[in-house]
Design a protein around this ligand. Structure first.
Ligand SMILES: C[S@@+](CC[C@H](N)C(=O)[O-])C[C@H]1O[C@@H](n2cnc3c(N)ncnc32)[C@H](O)[C@@H]1O
Length: 354
């Protein structure tokens, strides 16, 4: 059960692990991609549904849109975080939903209510006597204090939990991106975030250097089918200086893929302009299969919003208490069409039974 399902980063990972998914997503563009990919989709608002609408779902996953709390410790960021933490306590205390909703309606930022949704789903499922067996949540690093508050409540409800910041390049994603991840498993003694498989990227440090038990990080050049080495020049400045554009070479992992990735310039080492990233290439930097059927409007934004499926495969396996995924499983991310046709066949045979 994938809440705020986007174009399907988490679902692609689950499907490749052989786990059927259904996603709730309200953005019609993301839903267009999901349907083209054959992913089961409810186009609607997560707040209008609950676990009793999906009685067969036994895993809850999601990345709710959140305030980024970037200035936590002072001013608006701290207040936003405090508000969310207060609401979390009220949800955990099973305060009536309409009472909480009345106060949420007074909040300036709609996202205060959205970040509570996975907790509402988890607790409603418990109260219905059908708790989710595993829970997986992800967001930007600033959301970690929210996941810590979730953890406390889920632990009291009989879940083993773990949370922390994961770096995508440490799982073989050709991109540096940090995510706050929470995993929880019911009736388990212990659950642990997945072990890194690759070395962390540090600017200027050769990839051969570091823990010899781990693979070197993966570069853009190894992932994309370009004939020349290239330099990516970010559309943004770094360190607040608009002229200091971030740069990464094709021999390095990509910088964090954002919704604006296709605006980045690509040049050769002598400064010659190259064609910019295609959607398929941007999707590959997020470890989506190269043939993923990106569709609808604002595809760049859909890609930037997603969880890299390769990271998600590791995180889901850890949450299920499974061994680290095999090379064979990871290799399945190369292409989508095989899994898409399997989903199609399953849907058709389910239709025939009805
Ligand atoms: C960060 S993205 C999630 C990406 C997704 N986990 C993936 O891996 O592809 C958040 C998504 O939540 C969706 N969203 C925001 N508010 C929503 C709501 N109330 N109901 C349903 N979807 C919502 C947005 O349209 C966006 O696609």
């Amino acid at each position: 059960m994938d809440l705020f399902a986007g174009p399907g980063g988490l679902d692609v990972a689950a499907e490749k692990l052989g786990v059927a998914t259904v996603g709730v997503e309200w953005d019609s563009a993301a839903c267009t991609t999901r349907r083209a990919a054959g992913l089961a989709t409810i186009e609607g608002d997560v707040r209008d549904y609950g676990p009793s609408d999906f009685p067969d779902a036994d895993v809850l996953a999601g990345g709710p849109p959140c305030q980024t709390f970037t200035v936590a410790g002072s001013g608006a960021g701290r207040r936003a975080l405090d508000d969310v933490l207060t609401f979390i306590k009220r949800v955990a205390a099973r305060e009536p939903r309409d009472q909480i909703n009345r106060d949420l309606a007074k909040m300036e930022d709609d996202r205060t209510g959205l970040v509570l949704e996975p907790l509402r789903w988890a607790l409603e499922a418990i109260d219905n006597g059908k708790p989710f067996k595993a829970i997986v949540l992800e967001q930007v690093p600033a959301v970690l204090p929210v996941w810590k508050a979730y953890e406390e409540i889920l632990t009291a409800e009989g879940y083993a939990t773990d949370s922390g910041i994961l770096r995508t390049e440490e799982y073989g994603v050709p991109q540096t991106r940090k995510r706050a991840v929470l995993i929880a498993r019911k009736d388990a003694e212990k659950v642990s975030l997945p072990e890194a498989t690759h070395r962390p990227y540090r600017k200027g440090v050769k990839r051969e250097i570091g823990d010899s038990r781990l693979h070197p990080w993966v570069s853009m050049g190894e992932t994309l089918n370009r004939s020349h080495p290239f330099l990516v020049i970010s559309n943004y400045g770094t360190g607040g200086d608009p002229k200091a554009r971030g740069r990464r070479g094709s021999w390095e992992p990509s910088a964090t893929v954002t919704g604006k990735i296709t605006r980045n310039r690509l040049v050769t080492e002598t400064g010659e302009e190259l064609t910019r990233f295609t959607f398929s290439e941007a999707g590959s930097l997020q470890t989506f299969p190269a043939d993923y059927p990106w569709s609808g409007n604002d595809i760049g934004q859909q890609i930037g919003n997603a969880v890299p499926p390769l990271l998600a495969i590791h995180v889901l396996s850890a949450a299920f208490g499974w061994d680290a995924p095999s090379d064979e499983t990871l290799g399945k991310l190369a292409l989508w069409r095989d899994r898409a046709s399997e989903i199609q066949q399953l849907t058709e045979s389910a239709g025939a039974l009805e």
